[in-house]
Structures are given as structure tokens and as C-alpha cells.
Ligand binder design. Structure first.
Ligand SMILES: [Zn+2]
Length: 337
């Protein structure tokens, strides 16, 4: 079998094999990693059933690095006054949602669906912020637990069946760190569009390959948990394919206490399970990011006042870095005549 090349699973053009023995989420699984130069997407192959690994993560989530923070969020949102603001300042993925919704003035009228709501803390936080929101997840366990914790805000359903019963019902559909797990992202997003009213938007966050050098390989959760590592180009391709207009989140105004993951000077930790289900962590050396932080960017993270002054007087954001390790994508349903 010739493994050097394969049809890009996103755009269908030629993708090159860049790694033949990439470790999977559980030992001893290994995967091929393919890179498509046309849409700048990486994907893992073969595509295999991952349910048993998800179950293991779910079971051990409190101790699995990268997932344990979700537990912290789940507990913390109930103790803070403004949970949405708390999440937004904790992590880029939630800032993307908060920032996009802030552009919408009459927020109480917006009907929102969170797809892949997991433990349910973001849905709850949006509800607390006054939005009319429902959280949807395919896992009955997750939905039961979320309902028990946060109230009747959740529904367990298969997205394709749910969409057929809820056509043009929502103003916003949000997905945080979900799309990189989905086998057929184009078909999936097309299905979400069915549920949107005209002019409605999908707001999603996922890791951004664009920020890494061209030769970087899979700085993301191991396959088959993450099966895609998308770039901005990937989403331009997708938007065109599903006939939606597209915008990316500009992170210039994002100030966080957390360090960027895996870029700049911070090493990147990948976690997986050994054969017996014990957690193993591998540390990768940090890679240089494409828009590396300037002295000013570093200063503004340390001294918020400098950031304030610059935002006030500097209308373009060259010093602040528009990109982070996460990207925010806003896909708007076009008004068809
Ligand atoms: Zn491609």
C-alpha cells in the first residue's frame, strides 16, 4: 500500500504523509498523520472507533491532564457571580463565545444551542448571563449529570435527528473544542445550518494550526480523540463548501492569566493511556509560533495598563497578536433569496 500520499479527507486534493508512527491515545495504537498543503489541514488515519477511549477519559477525567480543568470549571461556575466572565478569562475557547455574543445587542431574544455541551457548565453560564440556551450532547451520562448539577437545560440527542425536528429554530449554535473530534465536519456543520434561522451564526472554537510553523506535526490531542488539526484555511474551505460567510476571532483584546500552550517558551504536554489505562504524559519542546510575541505583547500581558493605553490609542493590533493557539470561527448562514 502506498502510504506517502492520500486524498485529503477535507478537501479531496493530495495530502502527504508526514508521520507514519504517530502514537495514539492508547498504547500501542499508532496512526498515520497526513498534511494537506492546499487546505493546510492535518488529519489522522486510519479512522477507528474511539468510544472505549472516550469512556476511559470520562471515567478518569479528574486526573487526565488537559481534561481535569473541565472539572474545575464545572465546580467553579456555581461559586462565582458571573460564570460566563469567569470562563472567558480562564480560556480562549470561551472568550471566543463571550466575545462573539457581546456583538449581539438584544441578547435575551437570542435562542442558543450548545452542541457537545459535555459537563454543561458553559450552557449553565450562558443561562446565568440571561440567554435562552439549550445544551445538547450525545452522551446520556453527560446529560444526566449536567441536569443534576445545573437544572433542566439539557437534551440528549443525535444531532442529525435533532436537526430535522428543529429547522430554523436557533439564532446561534456554539461549539467549543468539538469539531476536531468529528469524523465528517462538513456534513455536521451543514446540518447545524439547517437549525439556524436566516442570518443565524455558528460560533466555534478549535485549535489553530495556522499559528505553528509549516513543518509542525500534530500539536493537538492524540488520535483517535482528535482526528483533525485545522487551520484557518481549512475553515475557509469549509465555509465555501457549505455556503456560509466566515469571520475569525481577533484575539488582540484577549488578556489571560494562562500561558499559551505549546508555543513560545512553554513546552507542550501530550497525554495518553498505556495498555493498562494509566495516564502517560510526554513533553514536547516548545515550537516557535508564527506571530511570536513582541516585547510589547509580553508587557501588556504583565501590565494591563499598557494594554489599555495601546487599545485606546492604537487602532491596529500588530503588537497584540490576533492569533492564539485556539481560533474562533464564526460562520453565518446566508440569506438565500
Ligand atoms: Zn485539503
Amino acid at each position: 500500500m502506498n502510504t506517502d500520499k492520500k486524498e485529503c479527507l477535507l478537501c479531496g486534493r493530495d495530502a502527504q504523509c508526514v508521520e507514519q508512527n504517530y502514537p495514539g491515545y492508547q498504547e500501542p495504537d499508532i496512526f498515520f498523520i497526513y498534511n494537506c498543503v492546499y487546505c493546510n489541514t492535518q488529519f489522522s488515519y486510519p479512522r477507528v472507533e474511539a468510544r472505549h477511549i472516550y469512556e476511559m477519559i470520562y471515567e478518569k477525567a479528574e486526573t487526565v491532564p488537559g481534561y481535569n480543568r473541565y472539572y474545575e470549571y464545572k465546580n467553579k461556575v456555581k461559586t462565582v457571580e458571573n460564570p460566563l466572565q469567569y470562563l472567558a478569562s480562564a480560556e480562549e475557547a470561551y472568550w471566543v463565545i463571550d466575545n462573539a455574543l457581546k456583538q449581539d445587542i438584544e441578547k435575551n431574544d437570542l435562542k442558543i444551542l450548545e452542541c457537545g455541551c459535555g459537563m454543561g457548565y458553559l450552557t449553565y453560564s450562558l443561562h446565568k448571563a440571561g440567554f435562552n440556551v439549550i445544551g445538547l450532547d450525545i452522551s446520556q451520562n453527560a446529560v444526566n449529570e449536567a441536569t443534576e448539577n445545573f437544572g433542566e437545560l439539557y437534551v440528549c440527542a443525535n444531532i442529525f435527528e435533532y436537526a430535522m425536528e428543529h429547522k430554523e429554530e436557533y439564532d446561534r449554535i456554539i461549539l467549543t473544542q468539538v469539531i476536531e473530534h468529528i469524523e465528517e465536519p462538513i456534513k455536521w456543520l451543514e446540518t447545524l445550518l439547517i437549525m439556524l434561522k436566516k442570518g443565524g451564526k455558528i460560533i466555534l472554537s478549535t485549535e489553530n494550526k495556522t499559528i505553528y510553523p509549516k513543518n509542525a506535526i500534530w500539536q493537538s490531542d492524540l488520535p483517535p480523540i482528535h482526528i483533525w488539526w485545522f487551520s484557518e484555511k481549512s475553515f475557509k474551505y469549509i465555509a465555501n463548501k457549505i455556503n456560509a460567510s466566515i469571520k475569525f476571532t481577533d484575539f488582540s483584546k484577549y488578556i489571560s492569566d494562562s500561558k499559551s500552550i505549546g508555543i513560545g517558551k512553554v513546552p507542550y504536554n501530550q497525554h495518553r493511556f498505556d495498555k493498562n489505562g494509566n495516564v502517560v504524559v510526554t513533553t514536547h519542546a516548545p515550537v516557535k509560533q508564527n506571530n511570536s510575541k513582541s516585547l510589547l505583547r509580553r508587557l501588556q500581558e504583565k501590565i494591563p495598563f499598557i494594554s489599555y493605553i495601546y487599545r485606546k490609542f492604537w487602532k491596529h493590533y500588530i503588537f497584540f497578536g490576533k492569533r492564539r493557539w485556539v481560533m474562533g470561527v464564526i460562520l453565518e448562514k446566508r440569506n438565500l433569496i
